[in-house]
Design a protein around this ligand. Structure first.
Ligand code: SF4
Length: 272
């Protein structure tokens, strides 16, 4: 996100950790099964993806929508001081793969906390958010042993209380119905032109939902699953806790209005 380039994946400084540490299953998102800790067969010796320009054509959509939020370069360059998992002992490689998902979660929290601190309406909880940001930074900077032992789920829960309160404060200032659709099952829902201003869609499942022309201004989209959702001409101005991977997984158009810090996915305009 803007102002925090360290919270965006920088594959040039990473040892392809997401392509090794994470598992995936053959599905609409991945062409093959792969176990955690096993390098993807498309990963080259120089840690570049051998099919990077053809991922969608080759059935690896899941790779195009993934973002480590900068965890890859931190684990590669800081936690393990630039030591490549290929050249060291197997024990070190295992340790890298173990802590990568932990740091990824911490970086995701850093990204949300940073955004919340930029939301003027959340000012009543800014002090708490700043403390949580500092604590999360310290945890992310831990040693491999400290990271492996961390109860990241418990820390996530603590941070989530603050993010939830920030969301309530922001949405209270949005005109509209501000309904709570947290965790709603909206797979394939027909929401064309819907008034979703200030709605909480935290963790909502919006896979393949038709959100064409929907008004999502000031909506909370934290953790919403937007895979294949149609955001053509939707208005997401002021929507918050939306990430680039969420947008990358959706469909949209040149007419979709986005929150300022996010980029229009290339495949949106390529479709037109
Ligand atoms: S297909 Fe490419 S980007 Fe996806 S996991 Fe394999 S090497 Fe990584």
């Amino acid at each position: 996100m803007s102002g925090r380039p360290d919270l965006r994946g920088d594959c040039e400084r990473c040892f392809g950790l997401c392509c090794v540490a994470l598992p995936f299953a053959a599905s609409a998102d991945f062409a093959i099964d792969k176990d955690a800790g096993r390098p993807c067969p498309n990963l080259a010796e120089d840690h570049r993806c051998g099919i990077h320009a053809r991922l969608r054509d080759k059935g690896f959509n899941g790779c195009t929508v993934y973002d480590c939020f900068g965890a890859g370069q931190r684990v590669s360059q800081v936690t393990f001081a630039g030591q490549d998992w290929r050249s060291g002992p197997a024990q070190r490689a295992r340790a890298m793969f173990e802590v990568f998902p932990v740091v990824r979660q911490l970086h995701e929290l850093l990204r949300y906390l940073t955004e919340a601190l930029a939301l003027p309406a959340a000012r009543p909880v800014h002090a708490g958010l700043r403390r949580a940001l500092g604590r999360t930074e310290r945890l992310a900077g831990g040693t491999p042993e400290e990271l492996a032992a961390l109860d990241v789920a418990a820390h996530r829960q603590e941070v989530d209380v603050l993010l939830l309160r920030a969301s309530e404060l922001v949405r209270a200032g949005v005109r509209g119905r501000r309904r709570d659709r947290r965790g709603a099952d909206l797979i394939g829902a027909r929401l064309r032109g819907a008034d979703l201003r200030g709605v909480s869609l935290r963790g909502a499942c919006l896979i393949a939902a038709d959100l064409t022309g929907a008004d999502l201004r000031g909506a909370d989209l934290i953790g919403a699953d937007l895979r294949d959702a149609d955001l053509t001409d939707a208005d997401l101005t002021g929507a918050f806790f939306v990430t680039q991977p969420q947008l990358n997984a959706a469909r949209g158009s040149a007419g979709t209005r986005l929150p300022g810090s996010l980029a229009r996915p290339v495949h949106w305009t390529a479709q037109i």
